[in-house]
Design a protein around this ligand. Sequence first.
Ligand SMILES: [Fe+2]
Length: 334
Amino acid sequence: MSESSVDIAPARQVRPAARVKTIVLMLSGMLLSAAAMYLVARSELERVAHGASAEGAARIVILTIMAIMVAFSALCAAGFYRVIFRPLSELNRVIFRHAAGDRDARLNWERTDELGMIGHNFDAMVSTISQSEERLRDFAENAVRALALAVDAKDPYTRHHSERVACYAAGVATELGFSAEHIERVHTAGVLHDVGKIAVPDAVLLSQHPLSDEQYETMKGHSVAGERLVEGAGLPQIARWVRAHHERFDGRGYPDGLAGEVIPLEGRILAVADSFEAMTSDRYYRAAMSAQDALAELQRCAGSQFDQRLVEIMVGWVMAHEQKLPIAERFVLS
Ligand SMILES: [Fe+2]
């Protein structure tokens, strides 16, 4: 909070223009009304002095007073509406938009009276709240990123795995023509895709032998655990992609057994990028495949394990970027 750059309106900026204007208008109206009533009453008294009916004169005076009171009340109502009720109504609309989740809603009033001060301080308050929410989101996201890095760092064979998956997934997203912001989210999903492995016991995660059926079932839980962690960090859309990164195009993946385009596109991208990175990295039980062999394996599994279109894009992207990839020393595509 202390680092907030929000400009809170100081009280000295307030000029009670609305209050003064309202009082002056009301006093003027009252004086004019009194003057009008006095003139009417004096005129009727003169008419009575010249023999006119006193009863008729009284009726005229009373009707005149009533008409002036009605007109004065209408003017006061119009003034209050303009000065008080219309701004309050606008304030209510902006509060409602915030309640509906629109954090960009502001009053942006130019007025410098009491209501202007309320409006200015309201805008400053919601800006502070928005900044605090953003900082909390950043903090939560960074915490989950740290967890993902910690998972990778547990095993020397998977160190930097998530960063490389993020790089490949962002490359495919770029080829698909995603917006810069969308590419950034896909990159984040790549970094976080295996964060759920933090919930997998080391005996399973770091096993130097092929996993038993029971251990494999335990390992499979990481996509759902990852979804929960990422969702808890305030990234619900990325959480869905993380959940889907082990789905297969033929429906034989996990955790939901989704097939084809029902699998989120970003989840399918992660699957291709994840597999390519895993194949081109050393493991306890096997040496890294060459990039050429890994691409051939992706193509062999296109249409069954992977989305064929994404495999084609991945192959083209790797061929075009072999010199810039994170593990370029392995990418000699002879
Ligand atoms: Fe995974």
